[in-house]
Write a protein that binds this ligand. Structure first.
Ligand SMILES: C[S@@+](CC[C@H](N)C(=O)[O-])C[C@H]1O[C@@H](n2cnc3c(N)ncnc32)[C@H](O)[C@@H]1O
Length: 198
């Protein structure tokens, strides 16, 4: 098997890292990544946070690729992936201070997004930071023509995928006891949503 490569990761990893440096605290110990994908983000970002253990997760089918990136990088603070599929799996057993998920909410179905949010509410302790990166709609509208085109492409690929409404995500998070702290504008019409578990 060839090591997987995601050009999107290469484009967005530095801006995401720059924001993470402002959100990850020196006292944080464990970060859980939901939907690690290729594992590229993990090996790019984890070396910048030597004080945290970076736990990866994804569907089983992505583990071989993630392991190739982790093995090649041979970092001391990355943890091999656990199986996690929102809507199917129990929530990973990690005492996470931070949960991050990058470009996953528009891939998984809205039903699975809701399952994920319920689990975040049930399984995370007070004070946990939750960071969600990706494109979002506001007031039911796309924020750019490119996001509208992207949504068409996503739905052709899988009818259950699609760009999520910011307000719906925030409202479900609130119902799960999770408050929005900041909504950060990112390059290429993406957002970084920073939440805190009550
Ligand atoms: C576009 S990729 C993003 C991967 C990586 N985070 C990145 O930014 O490169 C979407 C990821 O979401 C994962 N995914 C899809 N459905 C999921 C679900 N129900 N629960 C958790 N992860 C899911 C996929 O396996 C894939 O790794």
């Amino acid at each position: 098997m060839e090591k997987p490569n995601s050009p999107a990761c290469e484009r967005n990893q530095q801006p995401i890292l720059d924001v993470l440096k402002t959100l990850i605290k020196p006292t944080d110990k464990n970060l859980l990544e939901i939907g690690s994908g290729t594992g590229q983000h993990t090996v790019f970002m984890a070396p910048n946070f030597q004080h945290i253990s970076w736990h990866t997760s994804d569907l089983k089918e992505n583990h071989a690729g993630i392991n190739m990136w982790l093995d090649d990088a041979n970092l001391k603070n990355t943890i091999k992936p656990v199986i996690y599929e929102a809507g199917k799996s129990d929530f990973p057993q990690v005492n996470a201070d931070i949960v991050i998920t990058i470009n996953t909410l528009h891939i998984m179905s809205w039903q699975n997004v809701q399952s994920l949010i319920v689990q975040l509410g049930e399984c995370l302790i007070t004070g946990t930071t939750i960071i969600i990166y990706g494109p979002f709609n506001y007031d039911g509208k796309f924020t750019s023509d490119s996001n509208a085109d992207f949504d068409v492409w996503l739905k052709q690929r899988n009818k259950h995928s699609g760009i999520r409404d910011f307000e719906m995500v925030v409202s479900h998070m609130l119902n799960a006891g999770i408050n929005l702290v900041t909504d950060i504008e990112m390059p290429a019409n993406n957002r970084m949503l920073h939440f805190l578990k009550n």
